[in-house]
Every structure is written in structure tokens, then in C-alpha cells.
Design a protein around this ligand. Structure first.
Ligand SMILES: Nc1ncnc2c1ncn2[C@@H]1O[C@H](COP(=O)(O)OP(=O)(O)OP(=O)(O)O)[C@@H](O)[C@H]1O
Length: 595
């Protein structure tokens, strides 16, 4: 065998995904040069403002005749003086402090008003949800800037009150965000598990729910701060702020009034307002990328991805041992490799050179323990792996390599290659009736009238053993049982009359009686249509019942392969023996218990 040309050394490839080199979101953020620039700029701005009592060369209101409209770099006035002879640098420093204070008020009030309301509405629901939604909608309809102007007119220049009100006005953005995320999370199985484990509601919210909302809230905060800086500058610019206090907006307003005498005075506050707003928003974007899982993986250099893919492809070609077997088979997988980029720049290989073939009319079981790579192998044939997956090797279906020709694979999927998934319920769209989904699926792959498609679907529903097809056709997924849903999905998989079916643990979620019926149905369909089938399963009982041939997977490799009788009688690998004896031990235990 020729050496690899290559790139991803085997040890780097083989290390587990969650292993060394794993960095948190802060690490990912700090690797983004734009984020670092924004952090440095915002940090410097905060220091600039906070240090004003000690480092500002002059008091904010101190006037000097020689500083009136002084240009930059005048002695004692680095950025020059304004029309009243006040030092611009000192006023900018004090103004920054005021802006920082305004930002804190806005953020605290918006978070206090929006986040708890979103948590209550999303998690508790009940009467609180519509009421809080209504309040949020009302607040969102209020014209913010008009309300602030009215408030200033009523109570005078009170920064805390004005920015507090502004915070409440933007609170609905947090409310909606948090409510949406919580609605998505509250029905997750791990939240149910936490309830069953006896965790109090407060602990579930604190531990699980708040954790889920932290990323969107942090990102939203950066946008709120950017908006807050602009609003605070705007009200001061309109002359509504306290004229005795230095502020960026107030300085800008005064500088504009004096622009023909001292144009430079406009530049400083305008630059600070726009750069701070920009840096806040850009930092928000960078935070979003860093906090979203997978962002760093997407940043894996394209060149490196190409090299790794090429390395896989070269290995696969070298591995092609038996061209004749490939030519006979309906499906021939050779040297299939699947890997995922790791955050440290390496890759984790989850399928390591799988070979398997399926002829027409053959059912090949793909067995192995959890995580051995069965589903990844099946998904490679279908072309539905996660987009970041790196795939090498070949998947030849009816003479064409589907990995080399993704367009052919997309065309074959649903037409010539059907798929039966593991979880029947979650694979049906709850918003549409069973019939609508099947008709839609059929018409997506074959030109046929709605009426003809309906007719065909009803016949197929009857064929897969559904007693009253007309009735079930009009039902929504939640109105049918798991067994019926699996029959519906089988119906969808065979509707376009495919040659090959990929079935990913099609009976795992079903009870034993229904399991046996579904296996019988698959066997009958194979016999009727001469279907080739890859059946992914954990269960040697299913293999014994249905499969002609079996491939045993361990750690991403096929360790044993052959016809079912031979493998059951004389396992070719110690691991197969182990799996078989475990399966037999379970059976014996069951018999013992039953007896
Ligand atoms: N998007 C991904 N990124 C990184 N690793 C992944 C990804 N998807 C799957 N894997 C890893 O690939 C390995 C094989 O997964 P696969 O789903 O094929 O296992 P399986 O044999 O089908 O297991 P099970 O029977 O539990 O479904 C697992 O270790 C899994 O963690």
C-alpha cells in the first residue's frame, strides 16, 4: 500500500473530539482579530472614562481664555479647546464616564425587566404568558425617542430616570428572545430528567434554562448598548441633557453650533460616538460566532479541509481491493472515512475506512455498539451528514460514485434511495396531516397530479398494514401511534419505488409486537420489490430475523462481515463473539426471569 500523501497525521485524526485542545468561547473570541480590536478599543474607552477624576488635565467646566477655539496640540490642550475655552480632552473624558453610567443604567433596567419576564412567560406559561406578551407588544408600539423627549420636558435632565425608561423600552427585545429560547428548551428531555430527579424549579431555571439563554442575552446586550450610546448622545445633542455636565452628545451639539470657527471640535465626540457604537456591535457579532457551537469549526481553513478530503480520497483509491465485487453490487462502499474538524485544528475520525456492499434483494445488517459509526456510514450514503463533515472514499450506487457526484446523490435520494429513520414521531412534521406529508413527498420526486398521488398514497398506506387508510390520511402525527407512524415513514420511503432502502434502527422505538410486524413488512417489501437494504441496528435478534448478510462495526471500522448464518455459527472476530454472547446472555436472562 502506498504511503499517505499527507496532512492529518493518524494520531491527530484519531484523538477524540472532546479531548485535548478544547477551548471555551473566550478562547474562540480571542482568536478573532476583529473581536480583539473591539475589546481593546472598548477597554481603552472605559479606562479613559473611569480615569477622568485623576487623569483629566482640567475640570470639565473650567474655562480659559487662551483655549477658546484652540486647535489640537495647543500647549496644555492636546485636543484643543471649545468655543467657551474648555479643554476638549478633559470634557471627553468626563463625558465618557457619563456615557458609561448611562450604559449601565440601560443594561440593568432592560435585563431586570426583560429577562425574568421572558423566563416566567416561557417556562411557567399559563396566564402570565399572554399578559406579558400583551405588555411587551404595547411597549414595543411606543415611540421611544418621543417618549424620552416628553420625559425630559416633564422631569428635566435626569439621566438615571431617562436611561431607566429607555431600558424598559428595549426590555421587550430581551423578553421575546428569552421567551423563545425557553419555550424551545422547556420540553427538552434533560429538563424533564431534572424534574424527575427532584430538582426545584428555581434550580432547573438557574442551572439549565438560564444557561441556554446566556448566549443570546449576551449578544443582545451588545446591540442594546450600541443603541443606548446612540440614544444618549441623541438626547444630549437635542439639548435635552444637563448642560452643566460634559457629555458626548452635548459636546457634539456645541461643536456643530461653532463648526465654522473650530471644525476639529466636531471630530472628537463624533468619532468617539461612532467608533464606540461600531465596536459594541462588532463585538456582539464576534460574541455570537464564539458562543455558537460550531463557529470555530466553520473557520477551519478551507485549504486544510481540501487537503484532508484529498488525503481520504487517495487512501480510498489505494484501498479498492475488489473491483468485481463493486461492479456486481447495487451499493458498494469502499474505504469510506468520515471525520470532523476539531477546535484545535485537528480532525476526529469517526468512520475509518468502511467497506460494504449490498446487492439487489439483499438485506445487510450493520451492527455494532453505540458510537461505532453505523449512522455516520448510513448518512454518508444518503449525503445527509452534518455540513462540517469531511468525507473520503467512495459510495458507488448503481455504477456511479455518489461522493464524487453530489448532484447525482441528491437526485437519487428519495427517488432511488429511500430512508427509514429511527424516531418515527420526530420525523413527521406536526403541522401537517399524514396524507399531506406523503402526497407532498411523492410529488416532490415524481411528476404526478395531486389526485393520482393521493390515490397512490392511500394504496400504499393499505399496503403497509394501516387498517383505515382514508381516516389515517387525514390525521396529524400526534393522533397516531408510534407503530403507525413507522408504517407511515416506511410508506414514504418506498413511495417513489426506490432500489435501495437505508433503515436506521427502524424498530428501536417500537414495542416488541409492533417490532415484529414492522420487520415482517420490511421483508415483504424487499421480496415484492427486490429491494437492497442496509439495516442499521444494535440488535442481533433483528439481524437474525431479517438480514441476509451482516457487517459488524467497532470504532469506525468493519471488523467482521459475511452471511448471517456463518457469522452466527463462526464469528470471525472476537468482538462479534462478544456481542453475540451478550445478546444470548440477555435472552437467557429473559427466559430465566420468565420461568
Ligand atoms: N457532528 C459531529 N461532530 C463530531 N462528531 C460526531 C458528529 N456526529 C457524530 N459524531 C460522532 O461520530 C461517532 C459515530 O456516531 P454514529 O451516530 O454513527 O454512531 P452509531 O454507531 O450510529 O451509534 P448509535 O447506535 O448510538 O446511534 C460518535 O462518536 C459521535 O459522537
Amino acid at each position: 500500500m502506498t504511503a499517505h500523501p499527507v496532512v492529518a497525521p493518524e494520531d491527530a485524526v484519531a484523538a477524540p473530539a472532546a479531548g485535548r485542545g478544547r477551548r471555551g468561547w473566550a478562547g474562540r473570541l480571542l482568536r478573532n482579530p476583529m473581536a480583539v480590536a473591539c475589546i481593546v478599543f472598548l477597554g481603552a474607552t472605559i479606562l479613559f472614562g473611569l480615569s477622568s477624576p485623576w487623569l483629566a488635565p482640567h475640570a470639565p467646566g473650567a474655562t480659559q481664555l487662551n483655549a477658546v477655539n484652540a486647535p489640537p496640540f495647543t500647549a496644555g490642550h492636546l485636543l484643543g479647546g471649545d468655543g467657551s475655552g474648555r479643554d476638549i480632552l478633559s470634557r471627553l473624558m468626563w463625558g465618557t464616564q457619563r456615557t458609561l453610567f448611562a450604559c449601565v443604567v440601560i443594561l440593568v433596567s432592560a435585563l431586570l425587566a426583560g429577562v425574568p419576564a421572558g423566563l416566567v412567560a416561557g417556562y411557567r406559561r399559563g396566564a402570565a404568558d399572554p399578559v406579558l406578551n400583551w405588555v411587551s407588544d404595547v411597549i414595543m408600539t411606543l415611540p421611544g425617542i418621543v417618549l424620552l423627549i416628553a420625559l425630559y420636558t416633564l422631569i428635566g435632565p435626569n439621566l438615571v430616570a431617562a436611561m431607566g425608561v429607555f431600558g424598559v423600552l428595549v426590555a421587550p427585545s430581551y423578553f421575546r428572545l428569552v421567551r423563545g429560547v425557553v419555550l424551545g428548551v422547556r420540553n427538552e428531555l434533560y429538563v424533564d430528567a431534572a424534574k424527575v430527579a427532584g430538582l426545584s424549579e428555581a434550580r432547573i431555571i438557574g442551572r439549565h434554562i438560564l444557561w441556554a439563554v446566556r448566549a443570546p442575552v449576551i449578544i443582545q446586550s451588545s446591540f442594546v448598548l450600541g443603541g443606548g450610546i446612540a440614544i444618549q448622545a441623541a438626547v444630549d445633542f437635542l439639548g435635552l441633557g444637563d448642560p452643566s455636565k460634559a457629555s458626548w452628545g452635548g459636546m457634539l451639539q456645541e461643536a456643530f453650533a461653532n463648526i465654522y470657527s473650530n471644525g476639529w471640535a466636531v471630530v472628537w465626540p463624533a468619532s468617539l460616538i461612532s467608533l464606540t457604537g461600531l465596536a459594541t456591535v462588532l463585538l456582539g457579532n464576534a460574541l455570537r460566532d464564539a458562543l455558537q457551537v460550531g463557529a470555530a469549526r466553520r473557520s477551519l481553513p478551507r485549504r486544510r479541509q481540501e487537503l484532508i478530503s484529498r488525503a481520504f480520497a487517495a487512501k480510498a483509491e489505494n484501498d479498492l481491493p475488489d473491483r468485481s465485487a463493486t461492479e456486481e453490487a447495487l451499493l458498494s462502499v469502499r474505504g469510506l472515512k468520515v471525520a470532523y474538524p476539531r477546535e484545535d485544528g485537528g480532525v476526529s475520525q469517526v468512520v475509518r475506512g468502511v467497506d460494504l456492499a449490498v446487492r439487489k434483494g439483499e438485506i445487510r445488517g450493520l451492527v455494532g455498539e453505540s458510537g461505532s459509526g453505523k449512522t455516520q456510514t448510513a448518512f454518508s450514503v444518503l449525503g445527509i451528514l452534518n455540513t462540517e463533515a469531511l468525507v473520503g472514499g467512495s459510495v458507488v450506487f448503481d455504477g456511479e460514485d455518489l461522493i464524487a457526484h453530489p448532484a447525482s446523490r441528491a437526485h437519487a435520494r428519495g427517488r432511488r434511495i429511500g430512508y427509514i429513520p429511527q424516531e418515527p414521531m420526530t420525523n413527521l412534521d406536526p403541522c401537517f396531516t399524514v396524507g399531506a406529508q406523503l402526497v407532498h413527498g411523492l410529488r416532490a420526486v415524481r411528476r404526478t397530479s395531486r389526485r393520482a398521488a393521493r390515490h397512490e398514497v392511500l394504496a400504499l398506506l393499505a399496503r403497509v398494514g394501516i387498517k383505515d387508510p382514508e381516516h389515517v390520511f387525514g390525521l396529524y402525527p400526534h393522533q397516531i401511534s408510534g407503530g403507525m407512524a413507522q408504517r407511515v415513514l416506511i410508506c414514504g420511503a418506498v413511495a417513489a419505488d426506490p432500489d435501495l432502502i437505508i433503515a436506521d434502527e427502524p424498530t428501536t422505538a417500537l414495542d416488541v409486537t409492533v417490532q415484529a410486524e414492522v420487520l415482517d413488512l420490511l421483508r415483504e417489501l424487499r421480496d415484492e420489490r427486490d429491494l437492497g437494504m442496509v439495516l442499521v441496528t444494535h440488535d442481533f435478534g433483528v439481524v437474525a430475523d431479517l438480514c441476509d448478510t451482516v457487517s459488524v462495526m467497532k470504532d469506525g471500522r468493519i471488523v467482521d462481515s459475511g452471511d448471517v448464518r456463518t457469522i452466527f455459527r463462526e464469528p470471525g472476530h472476537a468482538y462479534t463473539e462478544e456481542l453475540l454472547s451478550a445478546a444470548r446472555a440477555v435472552d437467557l436472562d429473559e427466559v430465566g426471569t420468565d420461568g
